[in-house]
Design a protein around this ligand. Structure first.
Ligand code: GCU
Ligand code: CA
Length: 217
């Protein structure tokens, strides 16, 4: 078993464990504006609600499947994040599938932001392949998408080894421990680890209440 992003000892003491990703060299974030080709918008490019970046935003048709699509590019694949900036001036959440190269990674819920001029963001973690990838944000109900401003894309590191369990501060110990569905606690990852497993701990602060013993090979 290997621990990444954390100095590994045989005993991790209870208390706050801060994992910083700042020292890890990674590529710069690239901003893909929803109004700029090769992005597509099944709707109109509008600019009537202030606070957007670039020259406008995608106002999708209020219909199931009326998607905003981005084409992102990376020379090296690996664990990546996409930050989607959006505004939803209604009081009803709008949900959408986050689809990478045809595979649904996650369903996102875009909650009301209070006003069409109030912009917020959602982050999605996934494993990016080298080259171009299409990222489609496709609404699952007739309300359609929120207004979509841009997608910020960054590859955070080299591809993880096979048999990697991911831990993240927004994870859940009922999850399988994949990058898209990470675990919440290091202790749970240690429990699930088998010989050859790598435990990847994403940035953040972890506060285990009991010591974590690494008693496996
Ligand atoms: C309003 C708003 C649009 C928005 C739309 C919607 O018309 O001005 O920007 O896209 O509502 O409900 O989707
Ligand atoms: Ca709309």
């Amino acid at each position: 078993m290997r621990l990444k992003a954390l100095a590994a000892g045989t005993l991790l003491m209870a208390g706050a464990i801060a994992v910083s990703t700042a020292s890890t060299a990674h590529a710069a974030t690239i901003r893909y504006e929803a109004e700029a080709a090769p992005a597509t918008c099944d709707g109109t490019i509008d600019s009537n609600h202030a606070g957007f970046s670039g020259s406008g935003f995608c106002n999708g048709r209020n219909a199931t499947g009326a998607a905003a699509q981005f084409t992102v590019n990376t020379t090296t694949g690996g664990p990546a994040s996409a930050v989607i900036r959006f505004a939803n001036g209604t009081t009803t959440s709008r949900s959408a599938s986050f689809i990478v190269n045809g595979t649904t990674i996650q369903t996102l819920s875009f909650e009301g932001t209070g006003a069409w001029t109030t912009w917020s963001s959602k982050i999605v973690n996934f494993n990016a392949s080298a080259g171009n990838s299409t990222i489609r944000i496709s609404p699952t109900s007739s309300g359609g998408l929120p207004n979509i401003d841009f997608l910020d894309f960054v590859v955070e590191g080299p591809p993880p080894p096979t048999n990697t369990l991911f831990v993240a501060t927004n994870g859940n110990d009922g999850n399988p421990g994949t990058q898209a569905q990470p675990l919440l606690t290091i202790a749970r990852a240690v429990t699930l680890a088998q010989p050859g497993t790598t435990i990847m701990i994403r940035g953040g602060t972890y506060s285990p209440s009991t010591n974590i013993q690494l008693t496996k090979n």
